[in-house]
Design a protein around this ligand. Structure first.
Ligand code: BDR
Ligand code: CA
Length: 326
């Protein structure tokens, strides 16, 4: 059966959770309001050590995404190298996000200009360098399409043991959000996601099943703004913009997808998780990019999937992250 593949990853995932010192991270994403909130959490939490930031087209084209990444890193004082990544998926056609993130990909607030530049290295080369040079295995946090990581695994399979785990915001087990079957990040590059899920590397997944419950309500937005600082004003502006786009579609709040991929490493106790075997549908007229999860075999799995969360604690932890910048 496909799922056995010689892999029994229970022990590996458990080993991956044992932490010594600060956890080295690569932040790979397509910022994006919720990517920015994820990066704020990663930068402010003292258990992480950000080694690199890499970008991928998704929410917007790469030019906007890179501009946003540089500004976000300036805003949050992320002093790691920032490298430009994939402008298009490994195989399929380019898909960019709709209106959720506005014209710039990060509408709603005036950000300070970036005081740093992109690395001369492309994202995959920077990722490989970080992995090669790190004494500890590195965690990749992926909040966009998995193109950079897919290429990395194909180009440098010998570096797999240097990857401690990959924490992904992507997929939806019950439903999609870009098509009925597929979530945006996976749909943008299903082949790359397929490489990642076949890799044997421990994977944490924050699918829509949990991220659509990680809602920020209008009353929460006021709490983010109430600190009165410049940062609080920026975050308030982002959350208002992101919130208005979702509330205009009938949501009561905005799903704060990407911070879950960091939060589950920082505060795993706020989540209900399930270990399941996941495969990605790469073809299918109606199902390309779907995440197929087998809940029926507790012995064989390749991913730890977040299924539910304590929403209030999630919001409190994001507020605490903002507060750490005061
Ligand atoms: C994902 O798509 C993007 O628009 C968000 O930043 C998030 O990573 C949710 O489907
Ligand atoms: Ca994203």
């Amino acid at each position: 059966m496909y799922k056995h593949d010689g892999m029994k990853l229970k022990e590996r995932i458990n080993i991956a959770q044992v932490s010594r010192g600060r956890m080295p991270l690569i932040l790979d994403g397509d910022p994006g309001h919720d990517d920015a909130m994820a990066w704020m959490l990663a930068a402010s939490a003292d258990i992480f050590d950000i080694k690199a930031v890499t970008t991928v087209a998704g929410n917007k084209d790469l030019e906007n995404i890179n501009r946003n990444a540089l500004r976000i890193c300036t805003l949050f004082g992320i002093d790691a190298p920032i490298a430009s990544g994939a402008a298009k998926p490994m195989y399929g056609r380019v898909i960019t996000g709709g209106d959720f993130h506005g014209v710039s990909g990060l509408d709603g607030a005036d950000l300070p200009e970036a005081d740093r530049e992109l690395s001369e290295m492309p994202a995959v080369e920077l990722m490989a360098k970080v992995l090669r040079e790190s004494r500890q295995p590195v965690t990749i946090v992926s909040t966009g399409a998995l193109t950079n990581t897919g290429i990395l695994l194909e180009a440098y399979p010998e570096l797999k043991p240097k990857i401690r785990q990959i924490s992904i915001m992507g997929g939806g087990i019950r439903n999609g959000n870009w098509t009925p079957a597929a979530e945006f990040n996976i749909l943008v590059d299903p082949e790359a996601a397929d490489i990642v899920f076949r890799s044997g590397i421990p994977i944490w997944v924050s699918p829509l099943d949990v991220t659509e419950k990680a809602l920020i309500y209008p009353a929460d937005r006021e709490r983010f703004r109430s600190a009165g600082s410049r940062l609080a004003e920026i975050i308030g502006g982002w959350l208002d913009f992101f919130g208005s786009r979702h509330e205009g579609m009938g949501w009561e709040g905005s799903p704060m997808h990407d911070p879950n991929a960091v939060m589950c490493l920082y505060k795993p106790e706020i989540y209900t998780v399930k270990d399941v075997y996941i495969r990605i549908e790469c073809s299918g007229e109606y199902t390309r990019g779907a995440m197929i999860a087998d809940f029926g075999d507790s012995e064989h799995y390749n991913a730890r999937v977040l299924m539910d969360l304590d929403r209030e604690k999630f919001v409190e932890e994001l507020l605490a992250a903002e507060e750490r910048y005061r």
